[in-house]
Design a protein around this ligand. Structure first.
Ligand code: GDP
Ligand code: MG
Length: 162
């Protein structure tokens, strides 16, 4: 189904991606960033950070009671990570589709996890799962000054109104 957008800016979204230690350790940073760039997503924020216990307990609060929670937390602290803010039309869905499902062994080839991961835990990237969580997660990892707005000469080539 083709949706026609009367006002593109109404459907513009920002989403959070984290290049996890599995991406850093396996030298996949360029590869993964390149996929998002080539797709047409706009990088509007990007930095390397070490994740504290506190931020991980907040970020993965939905998993806090799981027996594997400590393993997830440890694995997210093995190296610093790279956090990215990506912008585009329906960017949350686009990025989740490109990421693939949690389990790398079940993720289809062509997705980031499907191409680079054979693990549930070591699955290369985090991506926000809804516009609501994207808003919360972007605030968690970026200050307002770290999210940029700048013109894209290619905008009209990327998006018609469909
Ligand atoms: P995501 O949104 O696809 O990243 O999946 P979730 O929000 O359910 O889980 C967050 C992250 O926790 C996943 O990306 C995995 O790295 C990790 N994780 C989820 N489920 C498991 C599990 O059953 N075992 C382990 N070891 N890690 C898990
Ligand atoms: Mg999740």
């Amino acid at each position: 189904k083709v949706i026609f957008f009367n006002n593109l800016s109404d459907f513009m979204e920002k989403t959070l991606v984290i290049l996890k230690p599995s991406a850093i350790q396996r030298s996949l940073v360029g590869e993964v960033v390149s996929r998002f760039e080539k797709k047409g997503l706009q990088i509007v924020g990007m930095k390397m950070v070490s994740l504290s216990d506190a931020i991980l307990e907040e970020h993965y609060a939905h998993l806090k009671e799981k027996p594997f929670f400590k393993r997830i937390k440890d694995s997210m602290q093995v190296t610093p990570v790279i956090v990215m803010a990506l912008e585009g039309l329906e960017a949350v869905d686009v990025v989740r589709m490109m990421t693939g499902p949690t389990n790398g062994r079940k993720a289809h080839p062509g997705t980031i996890r499907g191409d680079f991961s054979v693990s549930v835990q070591e699955n290369i990237v985090h991506a926000s799962d809804s516009p609501e969580s994207a808003a919360v997660e972007l605030k968690r990892f970026f200050t307002e000054e770290e999210i940029f707005s700048y013109p894209r000469p290619t905008f009209a080539n990327l998006y018609a109104n469909d």
